[in-house]
Design a protein around this ligand. Structure first.
Ligand code: B12
Ligand code: SF4
Ligand code: SF4
Length: 307
């Protein structure tokens, strides 16, 4: 068996033993997936207020800019699906499922750092490993697709063959030569347009293209205190943190499975927020990103009734 297969096997077994639900490998030397589409989004300023995307565009658009000697990109996947909202009262605004439990960044980084040590212990200290999870300058969805783990839907979500859209992504870029996976032969949405039709702000401007300036998540997670978050079209949609609509309507989520990780399961008072709700200590939760003041503004905006 070729060396690259044995190395891949080692890394896949290691990832699963650390609690990830799936793992895949893509070759780093055949171009970065969706480089053209990403650069088009930057040129058209579809990132809105998320200027970090433009600042780190060179690395996002080309993984060899991040690590010139890179051979492989390893993507790990974690299913976080924690269930449904159930009854939501008229004075409550919904929290997106990704924010029902503890923040995922800490969970990913802890495991990826341990894996880096174990890989270097096994293959040598000189092996280069650049970890990423959300904040790193890497187009995670494109790499997950290239590794053959699933495909990018029209809602621009990475859709896993077993878990649907409800997954977090992360991984690492490395100079280890690993055996790559086989990408799906085609995009699997067919004629469905449910996500495009259901998006309350028309943020999915065409298949696979989300305009961050129109997406609720930009304003109620990333920039809740910015003036633009008060724009009329962002009011009254019932979402206090993030938005799950383009995932809730996706037929690929009929395969959804409850997460096996306690950290991502729902915590009391965190699935929907009431006007004036005392939030207590939100450190270590995904609610911390919006902050107390931001959350208060989000709930008010979410519940503004439009007539
Ligand atoms: C910036 C960002 C956002 C922004 C902008 C999103 C966007 N679509 O651009 C905002 C704040 C709006 C956002 C929202 C959400 N996000 Co976000 N976000 C990111 C982040 C940090 C960077 C994404 C990025 O580079 N955007 C720029 C665009 C151009 O790239 P892209 O979204 O990856 O799009 C790819 C494809 O769609 C494709 N593409 C683009 N245009 C076209 C056109 C055609 C024709 C084709 C074929 C392909 C194609 O190429 C792109 C490059 O890979 C990533 C983490 C990361 N480092 O990748 C998380 C990430 C994408 N987000 C994530 C999540 C969970 C969400 C939300 C579901 C949160 C929520 N519940 O509210 C929503 C979903 C909204 C949506 N439908 O996309 C997860 C997605 C996991 C998954 N299974 O897909 C990620 C990977 C974080 C993580 N580590 O888990 N997010
Ligand atoms: S998360 Fe909500 S606002 Fe953003 S694209 Fe999906 S449906 Fe639209
Ligand atoms: S809702 Fe339909 S079009 Fe949108 S991602 Fe899912 S399958 Fe594709």
């Amino acid at each position: 068996m070729p060396d690259s297969f044995l190395k891949s096997r080692f890394i896949k077994d290691l990832s699963l033993s650390h609690g990830f639900d799936d793992v895949g490998v893509a070759c780093a030397r055949e171009g970065t997936p969706y480089q053209t589409e990403f650069l088009e989004a930057i040129t058209q300023k579809r990132y809105g207020p998320l200027d970090y995307l433009e600042k780190s565009a060179a690395s996002r658009a080309d993984v060899l800019h991040l690590m010139p000697t890179a051979q492989s990109v390893v993507t790990v996947v974690k299913n976080y699906y924690p269930g449904d909202h159930g009854q939501v009262a008229a004075d409550e605004a919904k929290v997106s499922r990704y924010a029902w439990g503890g923040d995922y960044h800490h969970w990913f980084r802890k495991r990826l750092r341990k894996m880096r040590l174990e890989i270097q212990n096994h293959f040598g200290d000189d092996v280069k490993i650049h970890i990423f999870n959300d904040t790193g300058p890497v187009l995670e969805r494109g790499w997950a697709e290239k590794a053959g783990l699933g495909f990018i839907g029209k809602n621009s979500m990475f859709i896993h063959r077993n878990f649907g859209t409800w997954t977090f992504l992360g991984g690492f870029v490395t100079d280890l030569k690993l055996a790559p996976g086989k990408p799906f032969a085609k995009q699997m949405c067919g004629t469905c347009t449910a996500c495009i039709d259901a998006c309350p702000t028309q943020a999915i401007i065409s298949p696979q293209k989300v305009d961050a300036r129109r997406c609720l998540t930009t304003w109620n997670v990333e920039r809740p205190l910015q003036e633009e978050a008060d724009q009329d079209f962002l009011q009254g949609h019932g979402w206090a943190v993030g938005c799950d609509i383009c995932q809730e309507v996706c037929p690929w989520n009929k395969f959804e499975k409850l997460t096996n990780e306690d950290r991502f399961k729902s915590r009391p008072g965190q699935t929907q927020l009431k006007v004036g709700q005392e939030l207590g200590d939100i450190r270590g939760t995904a609610l911390a990103r919006a902050g107390h003041e931001g959350l208060t503004r989000n709930v008010q905006r979410a519940l503004v009734k439009k007539y």
